[in-house]
Design a protein around this ligand. Structure first.
Ligand SMILES: Cc1cc2nc3c(=O)[nH]c(=O)nc-3n(C[C@H](O)[C@H](O)[C@H](O)COP(=O)(O)OP(=O)(O)OC[C@H]3O[C@@H](n4cnc5c(N)ncnc54)[C@H](O)[C@@H]3O)c2cc1C
Length: 520
């Protein structure tokens, strides 16, 4: 077997015959002598003329490549009996799901407690939310099986490669139904249409191996004795006993933060970011990123990533969705929140991304742990009022935002609710609006044409990460006051995005395992 790195034009990359010829040439082999060829890595480089940097494994005719690592992946999950140590996992988002699967690898018994519904039922609630503009506080774009990860774009990019084995997370997704191509890309993408099937498949794995799932089960408290957590108290009055509890409730579980505050359990304010979603026609973004339209028929819808400092604040693009749609991501009545997602084919005519401004305690005043959460709640309430006391998205053309005037007409948007014209330059807190205006001018210098008549801004992008951290010990990962409680994932402030949340779920279960008096 030989490994080969080779640069291919988009045409060579996408046409099988051309690709095989280029690989043979680069390997110094006659095409007829070339046997199996397996792609193992690819990156699309668009800094100049678009080019794929690829890595292939290959062998000669009559030889065989070794099996890839996904084969036999499911054999790692062991059956856990009733006598196995019980780990209650609160929240079935990426952190909770990967924690549950890791329990099976270590012969621990996962009990998944999820306030929302199985993904098959959740799908109906999400559709109703946009149509009837009513938010079910237990079943929405953030709550329910798969968490915020289910109806997400499914971009699997993370900077947190030091926090664990990213490849293992990707292979777990593939073993549960994701396209094997996700293991090739530096910026892999699953797509909303595929994610729901994958999270259901993960549930089947957990149940088949002796774990439990309890839907419609909201954690309302903890069973604590002698400073140690012994289980979970549910909203309907039940007690779920457990040897350890993984708290993976995501950044929208405000009831969990208020529970901690009420009980006097340690919490910290955590800087986060707020802003808007900007939407352009995808063709325009393709032209800018691919340096003209000539290349785009061989290339995927183009993405971008922008960051700058403006008016003393970091401003950055967030969760960029090529060929995506904008979704209403509120979790209760009285809130207006937008986010973005896309299907696996990324085939909507729009490109959207969050443009978010960093916010810290200095910006909002106050020094209590919930000060930033209150700020987040206030801007969501203001956006809700500006939308006419419903989940209409207050919207403005980008050029009008920069000129400080309300838009008289809005073009069509992908937003799944309705848009209403609103003066976002006045609606957003002044430091957010000022930083964003300066940043847009900077972004236009990096991507000529970013500021255009066709760009819309929709409010408000406020759930970028958690505004609160639930602290934990650096080594044991347990809450400083509550032994056996493992704050985990994005809601606890230790992750941001699907992959880092998944890695954190795995880390927490490893920490539980290493603390067990007797290992199973
Ligand atoms: C529309 C959208 C698009 C996104 N796109 C991407 C993307 O492309 N790539 C990416 O990396 N990230 C994306 N994200 C962010 C990503 O989804 C989150 O970072 C990730 O899901 C966080 O994982 P988590 O498990 O920590 O929390 P969550 O996914 O938020 O899961 C928490 C779970 O806990 C449950 N829960 C909450 N409170 C309780 C309670 N009291 N009792 C029981 N259960 C409870 C919730 O119902 C939920 O299922 C997107 C998010 C959204 C909303």
């Amino acid at each position: 077997m030989k490994q080969l790195q080779i640069d291919l034009t988009p045409e060579e990359y996408h046409e099988a015959g051309l690709r095989r010829r280029a690989v043979a040439r680069a390997a110094g082999m006659a095409e007829g002598d070339l046997g199996e060829v397996r792609e193992v890595r690819r990156t699309l480089d668009c800094r100049r003329k678009p080019l794929y940097h690829t890595t292939f494994e290959l062998c000669a005719v009559g030889e065989q490549l070794p099996p890839d690592e996904v084969q036999g992946w499911m054999d790692r999950y062991r059956h856990v009996g009733a006598e196995a140590p019980r780990v209650a996992i609160v929240g079935a988002g990426p952190a909770g799901l990967f924690a549950a699967l890791r329990c099976l690898e270590l012969s621990l018994r996962p009990l998944v407690l999820e306030r929302g519904k199985p993904v098959e039922e959740r799908r109906r609630d999400v559709a109703t939310l946009a149509r009837e503009k009513r938010v079910d506080p237990e079943s929405n774009w953030c709550f329910g099986e798969g968490g915020a990860g289910t109806y997400s774009d499914g971009k699997l990019y993370t900077r947190s490669t030091k926090r664990g084995d990213v490849g293992a997370v990707l292979r777990t997704f593939v073993a549960h139904g994701a396209d094997p191509a996700i293991t090739l890309d530096a910026h892999a993408h699953i797509g909303t249409d595929r994610l729901s099937g994958i999270v259901a498949q993960m549930r089947h794995t957990v149940l088949e191996h002796g774990g439990e799932y309890h839907f419609g089960t909201r954690m309302a408290g903890l069973k604590v004795a002698d400073g140690r957590v012994r289980g979970v108290l549910t909203a309907d009055g039940a007690v779920v006993d457990a040897d350890a509890v993984v708290l993976a409730t995501g950044h929208s579980a405000r009831d969990i933060y208020t529970l901690f505050a009420r009980q006097g359990w340690l919490l910290e304010a955590k800087p986060f970011a707020v802003g808007v979603r900007v939407e352009h026609p995808q063709l325009l973004i393709n032209e800018i990123q691919y340096h003209g339209s000539g290349y785009s028929k061989h290339l995927p819808p183009a993405a971008y990533s922008l960051t700058t400092q403006a008016a003393g604040h970091g401003v950055f693009s967030f969760c960029m969705c090529p060929g995506g749609v904008i979704v209403p991501a509120a979790t209760a009545d009285g809130q207006q929140v937008v986010n973005g997602m896309s299907n696996s084919h990324r085939n909507s005519p729009f490109a959207n991304s969050g443009i978010a401004v960093t916010v810290g305690l200095d910006d909002v005043g106050g020094d209590d742990p919930l000060a930033l959460l209150r700020f987040q709640q206030q801007i969501e309430a203001d956006a809700f009022a500006a939308g006419g006391n419903t989940i209409n998205a207050p919207t403005q053309r980008l050029v009008d935002f920069l000129r400080g005037r309300q838009s008289s007409r809005l073009r069509k948007s992908s937003y799944l609710g309705d848009t209403v014209a609103a003066p976002l330059h006045e609606l957003l807190p002044p430091f957010v609006a000022t930083s964003m205006a300066e940043a847009f001018r900077h972004f236009d210098r990096k991507m000529r044409g970013f500021i255009t008549d066709e760009a819309l801004l929709l409010a408000v992008e406020s759930r970028t990460s958690s505004p609160v951290r639930i602290p934990r010990d650096r080594d044991t990962l347990q809450h400083p006051q509550l032994a056996s409680l493992y704050p985990c994932g994005e809601g606890a402030g230790y992750a941001g995005g699907i992959v880092s949340s998944a890695l954190d779920g795995i880390r927490c279960v490893d920490a539980i395992f290493s603390c067990l008096p007797q290992r199973p």
